[in-house]
Design a protein around this ligand. Structure first.
Ligand code: HEC
Length: 158
C-alpha cells in the first residue's frame, strides 16, 4: 500500500532521547498516526482491482489498443507505429509479466524525459492532471497506472 509508514511520524529528535521518553512519545503519537492513516484510507482510492483497471482501460486506452487489448482500436489504423498488442506483453518478455516495466511504459514521464516524445500520450501526466486538488494527489497517477497494469496482467495470452 502506498501509505506512509508509521515510522515516518517519528520525528528525528526521538533518536536522541532516552528510551523511556521515546516510548512515551511514541505511545502518544501512535493513536495520532493511526487516526491519520484511517483518514487517509478514507480519502485515497487504494483500489487496484480489476474492475477499476478495466474501467480506466476502456476509457483511456481502448480507442487505440482496442477493447480486447490486441491493438485494434478504432484509431489504430491511422497510427504508425501501430498501438502495441497489450495481450502479449508477457509473452514478448519471456513469459513474464514485467509489472514495473509495464507501469513505466504506461506512465511515460521518465521515458519521454529520456528519449523525447513518443506516439502514445504520456499517461502519467494525464492522470496527474486528473487528480489535481485531491488530497494526496501525488499518489493518484501511481494508483491509476497500477490498476491498469493489474488489469493488463489479467488479459495476457500465449
Ligand atoms: C492515441 C493512441 C493510444 C492510446 C489512447 C493508448 N496507447 Fe498505448 N501505445 C500506443 C502506441 C502507438 C504504442 C506503441 C508505440 C509507442 O510506444 O509509442 C503504445 C504502446 C503501449 C505500451 C508499450 C507496449 C510495449 O511494447 O512495451 C503499453 C504498455 C501501452 N501502450 C499501454 C497503454 C495504456 C494502459 C493506455 C491507456 C491508459 C494506452 N496505452 C493508451 C498508442 C496509444
Amino acid at each position: 500500500m502506498l501509505l506512509p509508514h508509521a515510522e515516518s511520524f517519528d520525528p528525528p529528535y526521538l533518536a536522541t532521547m532516552p528510551v523511556k521518553r521515546h516510548v512515551r512519545v511514541t505511545r502518544r503519537l501512535a493513536p495520532m498516526a493511526a487516526a491519520l492513516l484511517a483518514g487517509l484510507a478514507g480519502c485515497v482510492d487504494t483500489r487496484t482491482d480489476e474492475a477499476t483497471g478495466q474501467q480506466l482501460y476502456l476509457r483511456y486506452c481502448a480507442s487505440c489498443h482496442g477493447t480486447s487489448g490486441r491493438g485494434d482500436g478504432p484509431l489504430a489504423a491511422s497510427l504508425s507505429p501501430a498501438p502495441a498488442d497489450l495481450t502479449r506483453l508477457a509473452s514478448r518478455s519471456g513469459a513474464k509479466f514485467d509489472e514495473a516495466g509495464v507501469m513505466m511504459a504506461i506512465d511515460g514521464r521518465r521515458a519521454v524525459a529520456q528519449h523525447g516524445p513518443r506516439d502514445m500520450p504520456v499517461w502519467g501526466a494525464v492522470f496527474a492532471e486528473k487528480h489535481v486538488g485531491e488530497p494526496f494527489a501525488m499518489y493518484g497517477p501511481t494508483l491509476d497506472v497500477r490498476a491498469l497494469a493489474d488489469y493488463l496482467r489479467t488479459i495476457q495470452r500465449e
